[in-house]
Design a protein around this ligand. Structure first.
Ligand SMILES: NC(=O)c1ccc[n+]([C@@H]2O[C@H](COP(=O)([O-])OP(=O)(O)OC[C@H]3O[C@@H](n4cnc5c(N)ncnc54)[C@H](OP(=O)(O)O)[C@@H]3O)[C@@H](O)[C@H]2O)c1
Length: 246
């Protein structure tokens, strides 16, 4: 199969297109013919440092949408031809390839109305926002939710999911993305880089963000903070460390 290969830890410019043996699914896995994948910050972050778990050349990529080519011997609920999408782990050979194997219990069917490209854009960013807001923070009607970088992949899903829970959403973004985040549903937008940014943010916090979940790059790039009001317990986190939601 053709794949985009990383020969050693390094920057995105060191990737190359090459050939690898086709992967073979184990009994509980399916083999997927990848139709679309997505680029996420985690890809270039792990590429830069590499991992002892990888065999080089390594294939990056954590999101995929595609067609099941073959089901493992113990897989009974999926058939060749099924359209599926999924989020895999960076620890395994990834999705920047024509074929990828994945545990069958981790895949979902793509609705008929959704194309492969749109489906592949959902898993990493969407699951992060979903897990943060619904499983950790339990965002609810009446909450005040702060989403940093609402214009990004995670932030964009976080705004929409917080609104769906009935919360009021404050978000930050650069000036050029103001209209975009408002279209996603943000009630208040704080423009990053503006002189008022710190004081506006501080005012929002003073208004009562009692619990927060930070998903912040150790390098400061592209952060989101989801914060909910009306919570008894504070969850202090160092902004220097990202949270891995598992
Ligand atoms: N499980 C996890 O822990 C997990 C999962 C997914 C993502 N993450 C992390 O969450 C962060 C956001 O991921 P994402 O997929 O939402 O990223 P993204 O789509 O690239 O969004 C990044 C957003 O951050 C803003 N930004 C602020 N400063 C920036 C800078 N210096 N460079 C680039 N963008 C900047 C940009 O919006 P404006 O221009 O409007 O400011 C941009 O829209 C990343 O650090 C990622 O690694 C963690």
């Amino acid at each position: 199969m053709k794949a985009i290969l990383l020969d050693a830890p390094g920057p995105p410019s060191s990737l190359r297109v090459g050939e690898l043996e086709d992967p073979v699914p184990s009994p509980n896995e399916v083999l997927v013919r990848v139709q679309a994948t997505s680029l996420n910050p985690v890809d270039f972050k792990v590429a830069a440092i590499g991992s002892d778990l990888w065999t080089y050349p390594h294939v990056l990529g954590v999101d995929a949408a595609g067609i099941i080519e073959q089901a493992g011997a113990k897989v009974s609920n999926w058939l060749p031809g099924d359209r599926v999408f999924y989020h895999t782990t960076w620890r395994r050979p990834g999705t920047y390839a024509e074929l990828n194997t994945v545990p069958s219990h981790t895949i979902a069917r793509i609705p008929e109305s959704v194309n492969y490209v749109d489906a592949a854009a959902i898993p990493c960013a969407g699951l992060t926002a979903y897990s943060s807001l619904y499983r950790r923070l339990h965002a609810n009607s009446g909450d005040l939710v702060l989403v940093h970088s609402g214009s990004g992949g995670v932030g964009g899903f976080a705004i929409q999911l917080a609104k769906r829970a009935g919360a009021t959403v404050v978000t930050t973004c650069s000036a050029a993305n103001t209209d975009y985040v408002r279209k996603l549903g943000a009630d208040q937008v704080i423009i990053t880089g503006a002189k008022t940014y710190s004081s506006e943010l501080e005012r929002s916090r003073v208004r009562g963000f009692l619990m927060r979940l930070s998903i912040i790059s150790a390098r400061g790039m592209a952060s989101i903070i989801c914060a909910c009001s009306h919570r008894r317990e504070a969850w202090p986190l160092s902004p220097a460390y990202p949270i891995y939601l598992g």
